[in-house]
Design a protein around this ligand. Structure first.
Ligand code: SAM
Length: 243
């Protein structure tokens, strides 16, 4: 979390923490309808491969229950079940994101509206927790990691997929042009929302790098914390265990 005079980062701006929640909610209310389509367009479909890597890392088993935190339209929960997992709860603060993801084919998914800084879940409930592209949007990230730790069973694992810091200078320069010049324009054309995709580009830039996020997970009590860069660090998977 970047802080300036008790204000908190919202893209490149610094706002009151309560205001950040409202601004983030508005963004996801507005993009929920086109969210899945935009993910495919903006990542050239790569988000599917990144999400599959997360699921592989979780190695789902039929007896396991997953909490997909900030799960939005529930891609990760659905993948978890399709890859052999038992049950999944999609937990998200935004009811519109949840509504657009509900698919009756998946009978073993429950949808829960909740804030991951204060989860409406008993401790030691889940075998696995995923959070995909969620942490960046959360106001109090350290608190959210502590909550995730609380709801995991002992022996449980968290895997977090998030945009990160690119390890290759040429790719970094190209990515910068893509993020700041093209992304908001495509957002405007396809989702009629330039602002949301400008926020996306800025929030990626402001998000802690691989080492800092590892440190935050360790601070939240996770053990054996490690990360794996995907596509040269455009995104990273961070893993930690509750032991
Ligand atoms: N996990 C999905 C995916 O990978 O496609 C959706 C990610 S979407 C970029 C971010 C999600 O985080 C949104 O659905 C938003 O509503 C949710 N979110 C933001 N703040 C939250 C909070 N404090 N608690 C729970 N969910 C939150």
């Amino acid at each position: 979390m970047s802080k300036k005079n008790n204000k908190i980062d919202f893209g490149f701006d610094f706002v009151d923490p309560k205001e950040k929640n409202i601004l983030v909610s508005k963004i996801f209310d507005n993009v929920s309808k086109k969210y899945d389509l935009m993910n495919d367009i903006l990542s050239f479909g790569l988000h599917r491969a990144w999400k599959q890597e997360l699921i592989n890392m979780l190695s789902p088993q039929p007896h396991q229950i997953l909490a997909d935190i900030a799960g939005g339209t529930g891609d990760l929960a659905k993948n978890f079940l399709n890859n052999g997992g038992g049950k999944a709860d999609v937990i998200d603060i935004n009811i519109n994101m949840i509504k657009h993801g509900i698919n009756k084919k998946f009978r073993n998914i429950r949808y829960i509206v909740g804030n991951c800084e204060n989860l409406p879940i008993k401790e030691n409930t889940y075998d696995r927790v995923s959070i995909g592209f969620g942490l960046r949007n959360i106001t109090y990230r350290q608190k959210a990691l502590q909550e995730i730790y609380r709801i995991l069973k002992p022996g449980g694992r968290l895997v977090c997929l998030e945009f990160s810091h690119i390890q290759n200078e040429v790719l970094q320069n190209l990515y910068e042009i893509w993020s700041f010049k093209f992304l908001p324009r495509i957002g405007s054309l396809v989702a009629n929302n330039e602002y949301a995709y400008k926020y996306l580009a800025e929030s990626i830039k402001m998000f802690p790098n691989q080492e800092k996020l590892s440190f935050m997970m360790t601070k939240a009590n996770f053990s054996r914390v490690k990360y794996k860069n995907l596509t040269d660090g455009i995104v990273a998977l961070h893993s930690g265990w509750k032991i």
